[in-house]
Design a protein around this ligand. Sequence first.
Ligand code: PEP
Ligand code: MG
Length: 552
Amino acid sequence: MTATEMTGIGVSPGTAAAPVARLAPPPAVPADTGPEPDTDAALTKARNALEAVAADLDARAARADGPTAAILSAQAMMPRDSALADKIAAALGDGRSTPHAIAEAFAFFRSALEAAGGYLAERAADLDDLRDRTIAVLLGLPMPGLPDPGHRFVLVARDLAPADTAALDPAKVAAIITEQGGPTSHTAILAKSMGLPAVVACPAAAALADGTEVLVDGGTGLVVPDPEPGRVRRVLDAEARRAAALAASRGPGRTADGHAVQLLVNLGSQADLAAAAAVDSEGVGLFRTEFLFLDRETAPTVDEQIEAYGQVFAAFSGRKVVVRTLDAGADKPLPFVDHGDEPNPALGVRGIRLARTEAGAALLDDQLTAISAAAAKHTADVWVMAPMVATPGEAAAFADQCRAHGLATAGTMIEVPAAALRASRVLDGCDFASLGTNDLGQYTLAADRMNGALAELLDPWQPALLDLVSLAAEAGREAEKPVGVCGEAASDPLLACVLVGLGVTSLSMAPSAVAAVRAELSTRTLADCAGMAAEALHANEGSEARLAVAAY
Ligand code: PEP
Ligand code: MG
């Protein structure tokens, strides 16, 4: 029987073919069934499970090299620690069922690490992972966590947290497919920044079993299980030809009649830095600093931040780098930030709003101190902007704070409709604005960006979103201050031309998208772009706007 093709939303272009490896969720610990009838036999089972986990880590270490191999080997020692088995034996003696005895023993050592603080406290999460793996082996469930089958694979998951995505090794992962997730989710953004083809909101992928060969098209969202080898060859050859043609595009962004549009890259992690810096761009239009800290249990010190920002500024010497201050909250909770218990985190104390709390204000102050100190040591042209600004007052207060830290160019992201509607007043108090069309889309259309079921409302072609872009760009033109776009909208070549037609002055996107956007822009005059923008604004739906512009 020919397996059925599946479709989801293509969120990171590129094609790949490889066998599936699934990300299994952590096992639920079954209810405590009380004392084991034979505690010796239960202890042997628990020891066997611990040994299986250690052996799996050893096997991974043998396939890895450098620091990863050393970390995995060190982790393999933990399940073999006799103190852990002793604790499990004690808990079994106290009448716990085996899974509970294991969970209790790990919890004991977790608290000990947390109490020790510093580096040891940061290892506490490793113990959670080892506990989940041990319980999964004990219960005969698939091993949770990122798979490592020993060959390149297509990662299939129900959903992926940004922290999981950031930990992926592009040398091992050929593509990503998630059953859930939206087109502008942070996981989609990270995949694009890593150049990994990705398809989200593909519920049929639930049926894909480990080892099934799949062909993935991260542009169209098509997933083909058990593809014919001839088809795979044709698709991959076409992809290689397309990449070679785009690699020939060079230089600053210009329309066909010479109107300059800065083309910049979005940067999300240290791991992407070298590849992002190598792209022919005028700099970084959005440096998402929170991604540096997603896996940290404690706040980074000012010195650690100076080092991290300095690496970015050094890689972009002489070019512009727009640093966005911490945007923690919503789908990017940070372990060291107390997000409280919010019923609607996307509408909660997120981004610049964190600075309303004492701890958040201290974090922001440290961050500005570190950015300023790092900027002073390098030649990059450092600009700073705040996420989730809603009012002119917030924009002006942030800009004043930046200036007090010696940071001369301070701006705001426009990703809340209120800020777009009052963009001219927002710009009164700061130097520039950058439209975050991902959040601006979710808040304008009242559609959670994580919710794949609302994909058409989250479409960056939605005319209501483009209306707000137009308002903000017009305000920038009047104030003679730059207004760019740094949301995913900028990485779609046709939509990028529409944004230029609406008046935006720069486009910042995943590094992998720059060449295609530059090439498209170079074929259109500014008047063409304005005509395309008028077509898009005339439409009633995102899909209609896209079709009208494609036909223009
Ligand atoms: C945006 O919202 O468009 C944006 C660029 O910020 P982020 O995607 O990191 O929320
Ligand atoms: Mg945003």
